[in-house]
Each structure stands twice: as C-alpha cells, then as structure tokens.
Design a protein around this ligand. Structure first.
Ligand SMILES: Nc1ncnc2c1ncn2[C@@H]1O[C@H](COP(=O)(O)OP(=O)(O)OP(=O)(O)O)[C@@H](O)[C@H]1O
Ligand SMILES: [Mg+2]
Length: 229
C-alpha cells in the first residue's frame, strides 16, 4: 500500500536547515495495521503529512497504492488524497455547525454522490459505529469518544483503502481511548490499511507492527514478548 524510498524532508527557515527525514525507508503492506512511535521531533508528523499527500518530500520517492506520488502537486495530490486516504486527527476536526450525519456525508459531497445515497451511507456507518441514536447531534453535544467515532465514520465514508490516524486517542480518557482503538481494530479487520501515530505504548501494542522513528530514520521495532495480542 505504501512504499517510501530514501525519503528526505528538509525545512529551511532563514539560515537554519532542519533535516526532519533523512533517507527514510518504509513499506506498509495492503491490509496491515502499523503504529509509528518516536520521541518529539523525530519526524512523525512530517512523515504523516507526506504519507497523507498533504506535503511533498524534498527528495526520495513515495509510491501510494502503486502510484508514484512524490512528484505530484496541487490538484493531482488532492485528488489522490480524496480517493485513497481517510484521516483521523487528535482533535477530531469535525465541523461544529454540522450534525454527525452531515459531517460524515461531507467527503461524499465532493464525490458527487446523489443526496439520498449520501445520507444512506452516512447513517449506515454511524449505526455500525454505535451512534445510530446520535445522528442529528452536533459535535458539542457528543462526548469526546463519540466525536472521534463520528470522525472515524467520516474517514470511512468514501471507502478509502488507507486510514491515517495521528494520535487518535490523545485527547480521550482511557475508557474512550479503548473504545476508539476497538473501532480502529474493526476498521482494520474489515480490510483497510491503518497507519497510526501514537506516543502511547499500550495503544501501539495493539498494532501488528511498530515502526520507531529516531532523528528522521525508521527502525523496525520487533514487538516485545507479551506486547499486544
Ligand atoms: N514547518 C516546519 N518548518 C521548520 N522546521 C520544521 C517544520 N515542521 C517540523 N520541523 C522540524 O522538523 C523536525 C521534525 O518535526 P515533526 O513535527 O515531524 O516531529 P514529531 O515527531 O511529529 O514531534 P512531536 O512528537 O513533538 O509531534 C523537528 O526538529 C521540527 O523542529
Ligand atoms: Mg508531531
């Protein structure tokens, strides 16, 4: 699903040059569930932005679902992003004025689906995630865990093969965090590739594989005995 070769990202701010990624290599197979861990400043968000087609590398190549996207820009990149990737953020990023079902419909709007089909799909997803009785609530009328499940439904709405989650449990208490992880495990079980950034070792342990970033390089971490399922 993902193949990254010699990925370099350099940020230049005035005279200061930061190599956030230094010839990083990474492969994620179709249907895998991978957690990315690493200390602050190790390049996690930088990598996530490139994997999510929100930013482009300074050099190196990125193949997403077989397509070389490292040279793509602007509208082409946006089109790939819309088709291939669903995002889940730490702070949910739901639109506050829209109801749960309207938030979930949003990605389908951009695809030009008829209104009835959009509504049907959004309702079915929310029902599947246990929010059938919260369809017409606005984000402020939902708990954090419920908001994150709405965000997961939105990420799934266009049925993208890849789900990218950046600290999805970071703003949740441990109980809601567990529920959200359970939902992500179900998303994975239904065939999606999931890449998750987390600081939390107990969250990472639920993934099939842990990749540790250090100074812009990836180390394949073997899961320790007793870690995860
Ligand atoms: N837009 C930018 N301009 C300049 N330097 C940047 C920019 N974004 C990140 N950096 C630098 O690149 C390095 C990697 O940053 P990045 O945000 O990817 O780290 P991170 O692993 O996500 O850290 P955290 O766990 O704190 O979120 C850091 O040294 C940071 O200062
Ligand atoms: Mg970060």
């Amino acid at each position: 699903m993902i193949r990254v070769e010699n990925l370099v990202k350099v940020y230049s701010t005035g005279a200061i040059r930061v190599e956030a990624l230094r010839r990083l290599n990474l492969e994620v197979g179709r249907g895998e569930f991978v957690a990315i861990m690493g200390p602050s400043g190790s390049g996690k968000s930088t990598l996530m932005h490139i994997l999510g087609c929100l930013d482009t590398p300074t050099s190196g190549r990125y193949f997403l679902d077989g397509e070389d996207v490292s040279q793509m820009e602007g509208n082409d990149l946006a089109a790939i992003r819309n088709r291939k990737i669903g995002f889940i953020f730490q702070s949910f990023n739901l639109l506050p004025r829209l109801t749960a079902v309207d938030n979930v419909e949003l990605p389908l709007l951009y695809r030009g689906l008829p209104a009835r089909e959009r509504r049907r799909r959004a309702e079915a997803l929310l029902e599947k995630l246990g929010l059938g009785d919260r369809l017409h609530h606005r984000p402020a009328e939902l708990s954090g865990g419920q908001q994150q499940r709405v965000a997961i439904a939105r990420a799934l709405a266009g049925d993208p093969p890849l789900i990218l989650a950046d600290e999805p449990t970071g703003n949740l208490d441990s109980h809601s965090g567990l529920e959200v992880m359970q939902t992500l495990l179900e998303v994975h079980a239904s065939g999606h590739t999931v890449v998750l950034i987390t600081h939390d070792a107990s969250v990472a342990a639920q993934a099939e594989r842990i990749v540790r970033l250090r100074d812009g390089l990836a180390e394949e971490g073997q899961k320790e005995k007793g870690e995860g399922k």
